[in-house]
Every structure is written in structure tokens, then in C-alpha cells.
Ligand binder design. Structure first.
Ligand code: DI6
Ligand code: FE
Length: 402
């Protein structure tokens, strides 16, 4: 295995529960895909041997970004809907009229595997260009056994062809496909029936659902979670995005890794998440793009000790962004996170939302996932918006090609 010494770095380790964990004149000794040693260059053990040395010239180095909530695989776009909403239609009106998620389902089903892959690859490259090294991708625009499997295979292929770790989530309970109109319970039966085959093919790391008045009820979501549990799969949930449906409490009952969106989360929901140690994944892109006015209860989540993660929620309907850095900025300006909370939210807490403990900080034993930035202080990552100071990205010890 090749050992590389990355030196001349100003490390932002995030290794302790609080503080940036700044190490001036730092170095990372990387053995294959793992950080073997992290600290000040002056403290490097004399026994340390490296096959290669790379000087980062004083760049700031953070853990690689973890985008823990995306819907990256789909065809088409929904700019027309954006215009309709600006003229007064609501996201829910459009969904109820058969547009919204269902229009992306039609475009996705009609696209070839090659087209889906090429489009998703472009999006993944854009995210990687801003420091992303781990990417969660949900299905949910196929909505049949065949098309959900196709989308999840595309996601897996991205992970095998790019220097990027892809985690897949089955979100078949995203919307009711047209062929099941008026038969939501039967559709949920079908989802529960096809989940084992997707899992057996190695396509599913976690199971998600959209629990909302325009999507699936708590009772329907429970059935999906029971199917996941019988396969030993962890669950997460799109909860309380547009209304308080009590989804977070249900997810907590199933020990959910995370609950996501959460604009309408109640005090009881916060308490349930704290008991279950679920991560709150906040998605400022969707909040911004849908012009929501009720922000998630950040102060209550903080007070209850619920870890907060931030993600892009990249999707064509509610968050067509490919900028994780813009999400850090918006997490601060719209949700009042501190820049440090925002960066933790897209590193260590985002990893937890995926059930991953081997990444998100710079420390010995962690995966060698890191990004180098042309900034003087880590608070600048949330400060600039529309500027990308990322200079290098290393995932699992492998550098993203320039
Ligand atoms: N909530 C969202 O914001 C996305 N999915 C979900 O359950 C939106 C997906 C879309 O509009 O295509
Ligand atoms: Fe989402």
C-alpha cells in the first residue's frame, strides 16, 4: 500500500465535540485509503515513512464534505413549475394536479440507463468540485420495481467509477405513481414486496419515505419501516417538511438514523429524536427555493442535544442546487447556525446521518477523505456565497482528477 505524507496544511480536524480543532503547520500521513496519523508536522513520529510527499502550501484542509441527502438520479428539470409557483401556485397544488414529483417520474422512466448515468455523473462532479467525498443518493423517481432498481444501479455505478463514496437509500415511498392512483395502500404493499429484491442485489443502504399529506401517511410509512426492519436495514424519513404529520416520532420509534427537512417539527418530535439519537438533517436549499417561512426549530434541537446535519437535497423540484457551500451559507443566514455548526453539519454529523463513524473528522483511523481550500479561516466556507475556494479533493486516499 502506498503511504503519502500531505504536509504544509492548516488542519481543521473537528476531532473534538467543540471547536474547529485547528492545527497550524499540520500534516496527514495517509496509508492507502486511511489516515494513519494527523497532527502538527513537528510532532510527526520519526519512524513515519512515506513513499511520497505532497506540500499543500499552507492551504486549509477540512474533512471531505458529506452530502447526506440528495435525489441525484433523475431526468428532466422543472423550471416551468418554478415559474408557476412564482405566479402563485403552491408546491402542494402542483403535486395534487399530477405535476411535481410525478412529472420527474415520467421523464426518468423514459430515459435510458446511459442518459441517467451521464446526467447524474455531471451533477456528482459538480458536488465533488466543492469538496464532496461522500454522497447519499435516494431513489424515488422510478416508483416501480424495474425503474427503482435502474436508478439505484446508476447510483452504485457512480460510486464505482468516481473517486467518491456513494451510499444509496431506497425512497420508493416518495410519491404515488399514476398507475396506483387512488390505491396508496396497494402501492405500499408493492414497495414492501420489491424491497427484498433490491436489498438482495446490494442496492440499498437505508430506507426512506416521504411522510406528508401529499405523500404517505404515518400508518403507510410504518409499514415501509417494518419491511426495512425485517431486512435489517436502517431507516430515515422526510418528516414535517410541509406540515406536522408526526413522522419524526414514528421514525424515532424505529431508531431512525435521521429525520430530514423538519420545518414543522413539534417539541414532542424534538424530544423523540433526542431519545432515539436521530440526526436532524436540515435542508436550507428546499426551504429557500419553496420560499418557506417557518424555519426548523434549531434552538430546540440544540437544547435537546440533537446533532444537526446540512445537505443539498439536490432534486429538480424543491432544491435544484449543486452547491454544498451555498448550503453552508444558507444554514447560517436562514437557519442561524454558526459557521462551525454548519461545517460539522456537512461533515461529522452528516456522516452520522448515514450511520458512518469512519469519516467526518481528520484523525488517525478515519477514511482519508479531505478537501483543501484557498481560505484563511474555516468560517469563510460559510461566509462566501457563489465562490468556490476548493483547490483539491481526496476521497479514500485518491485525488479527484483536475
Ligand atoms: N421532499 C422534497 O423536498 C423532495 N422530495 C421530498 O420528499 C422534492 C422532490 C421533488 O419535488 O421532485
Ligand atoms: Fe429530499
Amino acid at each position: 500500500m502506498t503511504t503519502t505524507l500531505w504536509r504544509g496544511a492548516r488542519l481543521v480536524t473537528l476531532a473534538d465535540a467543540r471547536g474547529w480543532g485547528l492545527v497550524e503547520r499540520g500534516a496527514l500521513l495517509v496509508d492507502g485509503a486511511t489516515i494513519a496519523w494527523a497532527g502538527a508536522e513537528a510532532d510527526l513520529p520519526p519512524s513515519a515513512r512515506a513513499d511520497a510527499e505532497i506540500d499543500l502550501g499552507g492551504a486549509l484542509v477540512t474533512p471531505g464534505l458529506v452530502d447526506c441527502h440528495t435525489h441525484l438520479v433523475y431526468a428532466g428539470q422543472r423550471a416551468g413549475e418554478f415559474e408557476q409557483r412564482l405566479e402563485g401556485a403552491s408546491y402542494e397544488d402542483i403535486a395534487r394536479a399530477g405535476g411535481g414529483i410525478r412529472s420527474t417520474v415520467a421523464a426518468t422512466r423514459a430515459a435510458s440507463d446511459a442518459t441517467l448515468f451521464a446526467m447524474a455523473r455531471e451533477r456528482a462532479l459538480a458536488l465533488m468540485g466543492e469538496g464532496v467525498t461522500t454522497l447519499e443518493i435516494k431513489s424515488g423517481y422510478g416508483l416501480s420495481a424495474e425503474h427503482e432498481a435502474r436508478c439505484l444501479r446508476v447510483a452504485r455505478r457512480l460510486g464505482s467509477e468516481l473517486p467518491l463514496d456513494v451510499r444509496t437509500t431506497c425512497l420508493s415511498a416518495h410519491a404515488l405513481p399514476p398507475e396506483y392512483a387512488g390505491r396508496a395502500d396497494e402501492y405500499i404493499d408493492a414497495v414492501c414486496a420489491w424491497l427484498p429484491a433490491l436489498h438482495a442485489e446490494g442496492l440499498v443502504d437505508a430506507v426512506d419515505a416521504f411522510c406528508e399529506r401529499i405523500a404517505f401517511s404515518v400508518a403507510q410509512t410504518r409499514r415501509v419501516f417494518e419491511a426495512a426492519r425485517s431486512l435489517g436495514l436502517p431507516v430515515k424519513l422526510h418528516a414535517e417538511q410541509l406540515s406536522d404529520s408526526g413522522g419524526a416520532a414514528l421514525a424515532a420509534e424505529f431508531g431512525a438514523l435521521s429525520c430530514e427537512h423538519l420545518e414543522h417539527l413539534s417539541d414532542a418530535g424534538v424530544a423523540a429524536m433526542a431519545r432515539a439519537r436521530s440526526v436532524a438533517v436540515l435542508l436550507p436549499g428546499a426551504y429557500y427555493f419553496l420560499r418557506e417561512t417557518q424555519a426548523p426549530p434549531v434552538a430546540a434541537l440544540r437544547a435537546a442535544g440533537v446533532p444537526i446535519a446540512i445537505a443539498t437535497d439536490h432534486n429538480p423540484g424543491s432544491s435544484p442546487t449543486l452547491s454544498p457551500l451555498l448550503m453552508l451559507s444558507m444554514a447560517c443566514t436562514l437557519f442561524r447556525l454558526t459557521p462551525e455548526e454548519a461545517l460539522r453539519g456537512m461533515t461529522v454529523h452528516a456522516a452520522r446521518a448515514l450511520g458512518l463513524r469512519d469519516r467526518g473528522t481528520l484523525a488517525a483511523g478515519q477514511r482519508a477523505d479531505f478537501a483543501a481550500w484557498d481560505v484563511a479561516h474555516p468560517n469563510e466556507l460559510a461566509y462566501w456565497f457563489g465562490r468556490n475556494p476548493c483547490v483539491r479533493v481526496i476521497a479514500g486516499g485518491v485525488e479527484r482528477p483536475a
